[in-house]
Design a protein around this ligand. Structure first.
Ligand code: SME
Length: 151
C-alpha cells in the first residue's frame, strides 16, 4: 500500500520554491514516479473561461483544451468534486487521450475560492484508485497548494 504520509513529507521537502510552474512540474514528476501503475499524471489549468489548458505533466502528449462540460477533468472543475472513475469506458463523455487508460482520478484545485486547475492521474489498471488513494492524493494536492504562490 502506498504510504501517503511519507509521500507528503517528501513532497513538502521537494517543493522548495514558491513558483507555481516549478512546483507543478515537480509535483507531476513526483506523483508519476512514486505512485504505482500510472500512465499519465499532470495538471490542467483554468486559464480561459470555463476551459482547462494542459499544464505540467508526465506521460504522453495529451488532449487540449478541455471545456468544463467535457470529460472527467471538466466534471471535476465544474462540480469542484474529486472524480474517482473505476472504469473510464463507463464514464459518459470521458476523453480518451490514450486508449491504454482505464481508471482515472481527478482532483480540483481550489485557490482563493476559484478553480485554479485540476490534478489528473490515469492508470491502465481498471479500479486502480481506492478511497484511500483519493484521500492520500487530495492531501498531496493540499501540500502543493500550501507550498505555492499563485499570483
Ligand atoms: N481523460 C481525461 C482527459 C485528460 S487525459 O486523461 C490526460 C478526461 O476525460 O477528462
Amino acid at each position: 500500500m502506498t504510504d501517503y504520509a511519507l509521500l507528503g513529507r517528501q513532497l513538502e521537502m521537494l517543493l522548495d520554491t514558491r513558483d507555481w510552474i516549478t512546483n507543478a512540474a515537480q509535483t507531476a514528476a513526483f506523483i508519476n514516479e512514486q505512485i504505482p501503475d500510472l500512465n499519465w499524471a499532470g495538471f490542467y489549468l483554468h486559464r480561459q473561461p470555463q476551459t482547462l489548458l494542459l499544464g505540467p505533466f508526465q506521460g504522453k502528449p495529451a488532449c487540449n483544451p478541455i471545456p468544463f462540460d467535457k470529460g472527467v477533468c471538466g466534471a471535476a472543475a465544474r462540480t469542484r468534486q474529486t472524480q474517482r472513475v473505476a472504469d473510464v469506458h463507463a464514464f459518459p463523455g470521458h476523453i480518451a487521450c490514450d486508449a491504454a487508460s482505464r481508471a482515472e482520478l481527478v482532483v480540483p484545485l481550489i485557490v482563493n475560492d476559484e478553480v485554479w486547475g485540476v490534478l489528473d492521474m490515469d492508470s491502465p489498471q481498471p479500479n486502480r484508485f481506492s478511497a484511500e488513494d483519493q484521500s492520500g492524493i487530495e492531501a498531496l494536492c493540499r501540500i502543493f497548494i500550501a507550498a505555492t504562490d499563485f499570483t
